[in-house]
Design a protein around this ligand. Structure first.
Ligand code: 5GP
Length: 192
């Protein structure tokens, strides 16, 4: 998506450790006009009327999913990051290794909000090694629900998450795929 690529080129910052900072428009300060275009693009890429829920993970995914939901007209469910899984009631839970913070946490969704009848589109801001999305997939599978696909704002194509998911036959659509980035020069190249 050219609009997103142009914005990443203009305002993205490459940090050491393969981290792309996009906090001036994507995940701290949020450009809602850009979010809106991203939401439309996700809908164009996933036009199926079967989708019953958008599933994302707190915190950065929530805004993206909420704006996109205005084009899907289905509820957004976000997985909560939890220190312990003994919340009230019954939950689906999965373990996730955080890319940016390096620690392991549990993600949970109440059993009330995912059922075998659901067809779920997973949305998130970044795809790196695929741990966050794999955790979300595990939650969907625990519920016996179906996965319609995975929509990502920024995929770092030089990390393995996208390849691993696609090899499993999951449809992954990323609005921008970073092919390479250089913390010294700040140069960012996108996959064509
Ligand atoms: P993964 O689980 O695929 O390794 O990493 C995805 C998660 O880590 C995303 O939910 C995102 O919050 C965070 N993340 C991974 N790489 C980056 C990055 O380069 N920049 C930012 N801002 N977040 C990232």
């Amino acid at each position: 998506m050219k609009l997103l690529e142009d914005r990443i080129r203009r305002d993205g910052r490459v940090k050491a450790g393969n981290v792309l900072k996009v906090d001036s428009f994507l995940n701290h300060q949020l450009d809602i006009d850009l979010y809106n275009e991203m939401g439309k693009e996700f809908r164009r890429l996933f036009p199926s009327d079967n989708i019953t829920k958008l599933l994302t993970i707190e915190a950065s995914g929530i805004g993206i999913a909420c704006i996109a939901a205005q084009y899907f007209h289905v509820p957004v469910v976000f997985a909560k990051k939890s220190q312990s899984i003994n919340l009230d009631g019954s939950v689906y839970a999965a373990r996730v290794q955080s890319f940016t913070h390096g620690r392991i946490y549990d993600v949970i969704v109440s059993e009330k909000f995912l059922s075998p009848a659901d067809h779920v589109l997973i949305l998130d801001d970044f795809l790196a090694n695929g741990c966050a999305v794999s955790g979300l997939i595990e939650l969907v599978e625990s519920a016996g629900a179906s996965i319609e696909g995975v929509g990502i704002a920024v995929e770092k194509g030089f990390q393995e998450g996208g390849r691993l998911l696609r090899e499993k036959g999951i449809r992954v659509e990323s609005l921008a795929i970073v092919e390479s980035m250089d913390a010294d020069t700040g140069e960012i190249r996108f996959r064509r």
